[in-house]
Design a protein around this ligand. Structure first.
Ligand code: ZN
Length: 223
């Protein structure tokens, strides 16, 4: 019976594909926790666990946390009660090595139904979406010059609808930065996606169809 299976979802896709929005939908719909490497690391560091301390040592040096340590942190996290019926992984596994470790975790049992969902988006579309983002440094609102256009514009400067502050382009959203992020994404995600495909758990969703259509497709895959 599919209903009794542990529902394990891995969300994949380039920056700007809307993974965050879809993650929120999935965790609500299926009552499973959202597990990202970022929030696991922050949690472990805050709680001062021994793994957290080890991870923190790498991060303060600006180094990547090694795969072995990441997997230990994930294994620790999924032992908690809220993961009993499944979990949504986002940003993990990050590469093929982590994916191999992922499939070997005790948490993944015969009773697990794994779905890796790739929200696919061409590079040009990623660049278009991200480079059109504008950010309010004061109230942290995010706007987009394509579909969430700020009302006030003087010359080439836009102002925040909420607080009136001048909007800025974050470093992360500058074209050269986006291109670099895409390069990193393709070099690690390529082999990772191939791996999930070989394991017969990969589903590809076209991210350019818009948020609503993507949500519908994801729910179709998972139900
Ligand atoms: Zn603002």
């Amino acid at each position: 019976m599919i209903d009794n299976k542990k529902r394990i979802v891995v969300l994949l896709g380039p920056p700007g594909a809307g993974k965050g929005t879809q993650a929120e939908l999935i965790i609500k719909e299926f009552s499973i926790p959202h597990i990202s490497t970022g929030n696991i690391l922050r949690g472990a560091i805050q709680e001062g666990t021994s793994l957290g301390k080890k991870a923190n040592a790498y991060m303060t040096k600006g180094e990547l946390v090694p795969d072995e340590l990441v997997i230990k942190l994930v294994e620790e996290r999924v032992q908690r009660n809220d993961c009993r019926e499944g979990a949504l992984f986002d940003g993990f596994p990050r590469n093929k090595t982590q994916a191999e470790m992922f499939f070997r975790m005790d948490y993944i049992t015969e009773n697990s139904k794994i779905s890796a969902i790739l929200i696919d988006l061409p590079d040009e579309e990623v660049i278009k979406r991200l480079s059109n983002r504008r950010y309010c440094p004061n109230c942290k609102s995010i706007f987009n010059l394509i579909h969430k256009i700020p009302k006030k514009k003087i010359n080439d400067t836009y102002y925040c609808d909420n607080c009136g502050s001048e909007l800025i382009i974050r470093d992360d959203d500058k074209v050269q930065t986006i291109k670099n992020r895409l390069k990193v994404y393709h070099s690690t995600a390529g082999p990772l996606i191939e791996y999930f495909k070989k394991k017969n758990v990969l589903h590809v969703v076209d991210g350019s169809t818009g948020q609503k259509r993507v949500s519908e497709e994801i729910l179709d895959i998972l139900t």
